[in-house]
Design a binder for this molecule. Structure first.
Ligand code: PEP
Ligand code: MG
Length: 326
């Protein structure tokens, strides 16, 4: 049976009534491209670029980043690679980066905030990504932890300056490079309609969206049992992002750990997500469940779920739904 699942992993993920969801991989290292392809991922939905900035004594140089990004783009071409700009807390950057003491890093100087406060770091990475985008024109750019339109304007301004600079120096990049943002901060969800006007796609980071919405530190073991993707408040927020994105005509992905758990497939299908991005090993099982599902049933199921009051109720009916699908 497992063999069967793995063999079919290379087929597209279509429901029995022919709704197609792109199934993509999350990776952190170039080497993981092999696992992504072997497991049938259709593209790289999230490349976490943090690795190159950690555990080192000096800041990474543009050329080093460029070589890595170029190779990744070449290996995946013509499939897309969604590259997320640095999503680290200052404390993780190592001795080359003088950082403040932070009592609460998850709410502190990290990700896009850090990049906007240390723009040379941001510009170096953007230049490397833009240059790599010229190679196969299959790169998409993704900003993490965006909390509102003002912050997005600032990030886009830096991006446009870098583009202008490359143009002046006649260094090629993909002029149609698509830009997306992670939807993982509750305030961004609240203004999703405004953000949708400014970007080409949304990617929902459920790990952080749950952390920030339920006020549960995702690395604190004492409250880990409260970290619940099926909290009705979370499902409503995900629905709001998907519906708002679609109304504005942009695709929406889920790239948090939730996307790689087969049990949530009926919900994501009911919501009509465009793609799901997950760790490579999850791809075959998620594709398998999608192929056994009926979109029409998932839609009805989702309406029922959205009327339920507790995560417990939702979890029970979801388990029944998944058992019925097999
Ligand atoms: C997320 O927050 O869901 C996400 C995909 O990003 P990370 O886990 O890297 O914060
Ligand atoms: Mg995140």
């Amino acid at each position: 049976y497992l063999k069967e699942i793995n063999r079919k992993a290379h087929l597209p993920a279509l429901t029995t009534d022919r709704y197609r969801v792109r199934v993509e991989a999350n990776i952190e290292l170039l080497e993981e491209v092999v696992a992504a392809k072997d497991n049938g991922a259709e593209s790289i939905g999230l490349y976490r670029t943090e690795f190159f900035f950690m555990n080192r004594d000096t800041a990474p140089e543009e050329e080093e980043l460029y070589q890595e990004y170029r190779e990744l783009a070449e290996l995946m071409a013509p499939q897309t690679v969604t590259m997320r700009t640095l999503d680290l807390g200052a404390e993780k950057l190592g001795p080359w980066f003088a950082h403040p003491e932070q009592v609460n890093p998850a709410l502190g100087l990290r990700a896009i905030r850090l990049c906007l406060q240390h723009q040379e770091l941001f510009r170096t990475q953007l230049r490397a990504i833009l240059r790599a985008s010229a190679v196969a024109r299959n790169i998409q750019l993704l900003f993490p932890l965006i909390s509102g339109v003002g912050e997005l304007y600032e990030a886009k301004r830096v991006l446009n300056e870098v583009r202008g600079d490359l143009e002046r120096r006649r260094i090629p990049f993909d002029p149609d490079l698509r830009l997306g943002i992670m939807m993982e901060v509750p305030s961004a969800v609240a203004v999703a309609d405004l953000l949708a006007l400014e970007v080409d796609f949304f990617s929902i980071g459920t790990n952080d969206l749950i952390q920030y919405s339920l006020a549960i530190d995702r690395v604190n073991e004492h409250v880990a049992y409260l970290f619940d993707p099926l909290h009705p408040g979370i499902l409503r927020m995900i629905k709001q992002v998907v519906d708002t994105g679609h109304r504005a005509g942009i695709p929406v992905t889920v790239c948090g750990e939730m996307a790689g758990e087969p049990i949530y497939v009926p919900i994501f299908l009911g919501l009509e997500l465009d793609s799901l991005s997950m760790n490579p090993q999850s791809v075959p099982r998620v594709k398998n469940l999608i192929r056994r599902s009926v979109l029409a049933h998932c839609r009805v199921f989702l309406t029922e779920v959205l009327n339920m009051r507790t995560a417990e109720q939702i979890r029970m009916s979801l388990q029944e739904m998944v058992l019925r699908t097999f």
